[in-house]
Design a protein around this ligand. Structure first.
Ligand SMILES: Cc1ncc(COP(=O)(O)O)c(C=O)c1O
Length: 381
C-alpha cells in the first residue's frame, strides 16, 4: 500500500502531554541537590493518598514494581493462587510467577472486557489467596461485587488500576476499594512520568511494601539525611530497590493534578468516535456500563473479520495509507510462550483479542480525531 500524497505527519496511538509546570519542577529538583526519593516523592504520595481517600500510598519505579510489592506485602508466595484476567498486560501474571505463586486465568465479560465476577467465583479453590482485577481501558471493574467475593472467601483484593487513574463506578473511585491498588505512569499512560508507579491502599500493607521496596531498611535516606548518619540503618527483611526518585515525582505531582482536565479531553474524543463511527459495518464500539465514569485511557473497538478484512489489515491500512497509529490491548497472556503450558481455554478473551484495536485517544490530539474518523470510514465502508 502506498502513502497518500501531502499526508500530515504520522499520528501515534498515544503521546504524552507535558507542560511548563512539569519542566519547572524538574529543573528546581535538579538544582535542589536532592535527586532521589525525598520530599517530592513524599508530596506525590500525599497527593495520591488524599485524592483517592486511602490510608497510604508509596511512589515506586513502575507499576510492575508496585505489583511485585503488593504480592509480597500480601504474603503471596509458593502454593498460593491469584485469579487474574488473561486479557491484560503480562506484568501482573509475571509478578505472580516471580513470587512463586500460580496465576489462575478467569475469562472476561464480553461487554466491558473486564474480569467476569461469575467466572472468577468458579475459579476459587482452597489455594486461592487473592483476586487481581484490572480496569480495562479505564472502565472500572465491578468493584462492589469483587469486594464481596473476596471478603466472603477471605481473599485479598488487588486492583491493577494502571488504566484507571480517574474513573468511578457508582461514585466510587477505581483504586480505592482493593486492599491494594497499583497505578502506572509509564510513557503511554493516562498521566506519565516516563517510568513510574504508585501503590495505594491499606496502611499496614503499604507500610510493609515501603519497607520491602527500600531494601528492607527501616528508614529512608531522606529521613536519615541531616539528622543522623545515613549509614545508621537496620535491615529487618531482605528487600528490593523500587523507590521513585524526586526527579520523577516532580513530573508526577503536576501530571496527577491534570487528571480531571486530561480525562475530560479524552471523553470529548471518545464522544466524537461514539457519534461518528456508529453504524460502520463490522465495527463494535466500546460500551460504557451504567454508573460508570470512564477514565478513557483506551478507545477499544472490536472489528469483525470478513473474507477480505481482518483487524490486522485494518490496522495496516490505517498506518500505511492514512498515517494513523493504533495499538492492540492485549495479546492474551495464557497464549504467550511462558504461559502456554497452563493450557487454559478462555473463549471470550480469545474472541476479543482477535478483534480488538485501540484508536488514538489522548489530550494532545486536536483535529486529529477527524482524521482518524475519516480514515476509518474510508477503510471500513
Ligand atoms: C494493565 C497494566 N498493568 C501493568 C502495567 C505495567 O506498568 P509499568 O510499565 O508501569 O510497569 C501495564 C503497562 O502497560 C498495564 O497495561
Amino acid at each position: 500500500m502506498s502513502a497518500v500524497a501531502d499526508q500530515p505527519p504520522f499520528l501515534p496511538w498515544n503521546r504524552p502531554s507535558i507542560g511548563p509546570e512539569e519542566e519547572q519542577e524538574v529543573l528546581e529538583t535538579l538544582r535542589s541537590g536532592w535527586l532521589t526519593a525525598g520530599p517530592k516523592a513524599a508530596r506525590f504520595e500525599q497527593v495520591v493518598r488524599d485524592d483517592l481517600g486511602v490510608e497510604d500510598a508509596f511512589a515506586v519505579s513502575s507499576c510492575t514494581a508496585a505489583l511485585h510489592l503488593a504480592l509480597l506485602a500480601g504474603g503471596i508466595g509458593p502454593g498460593a493462587e491469584v485469579i487474574t484476567p488473561s486479557f491484560t498486560f503480562c506484568a501482573a501474571p509475571n509478578t505472580v510467577l516471580q513470587v512463586g505463586a500460580d496465576p489462575v486465568f478467569a475469562d472476561i465479560d464480553p461487554t466491558s472486557l473486564n474480569l467476569d465476577p461469575a467466572r472468577t467465583a468458579e475459579a476459587i479453590t482452597g489455594r486461592t489467596r487473592a483476586i487481581m482485577v484490572m480496569h480495562y481501558g479505564g472502565q472500572p471493574a465491578d468493584l462492589a461485587t469483587f469486594r464481596k467475593l473476596a471478603d466472603d472467601h477471605g481473599l485479598l483484593l488487588f486492583e491493577d488500576a494502571a488504566h484507571a487513574l480517574y474513573a468511578r463506578r457508582d461514585g466510587v473511585r477505581a483504586g480505592s476499594v482493593g486492599d491494594l491498588a497499583v497505578f502506572s505512569f509509564y510513557a503511554n499512560k493516562v498521566v506519565t512520568t516516563g517510568e513510574g508507579g504508585m501503590l495505594a491502599g491499606r496502611g499496614d500493607l503499604v507500610q510493609r511494601a515501603r519497607l520491602l521496596g527500600r531494601h528492607g531498611i527501616d528508614s529512608s535516606v531522606w529521613q536519615r539525611h541531616g539528622t543522623r548518619s545515613t549509614a545508621a540503618y537496620e535491615v529487618t527483611v531482605p528487600g528490593l530497590k523500587y523507590t521513585m526518585p524526586d526527579i520523577t515525582a516532580a513530573v508526577g505531582i503536576h501530571q496527577w493534578a491534570k487528571l480531571p482536565a486530561f480525562t475530560e479531553a479524552r471523553a470529548r474524543i471518545a464522544a466524537a468516535y461514539d457519534q461518528e463511527l456508529a453504524g460502520l459495518p463490522g465495527l463494535h464500539l466500546p460500551v460504557v456500563e451504567a454508573g460508570v465514569e470512564h477514565g478513557r485511557f483506551l478507545y477499544p473497538v472490536l472489528i469483525d473479520p470478513t473474507s477480505d478484512r481482518s483487524r490486522d489489515s485494518v490496522a495496516e491500512a490505517l498506518r500505511e495509507v492514512h498515517g494513523v497509529g493504533t495499538s492492540m490491548h492485549f495479546q492474551p497472556v495464557h497464549r504467550l510462550a511462558a504461559y502456554r503450558h497452563i493450557g487454559c481455554h478462555l473463549p471470550v478473551t480469545e474472541h476479543a483479542a482477535a478483534r480488538q484495536l485501540s484508536l488514538p485517544c489522548y489530550p494532545a490530539m486536536t483535529d486529529d480525531v477527524r482524521r482518524v474518523i475519516g480514515a476509518l470510514h474510508t477503510v471500513l465502508s
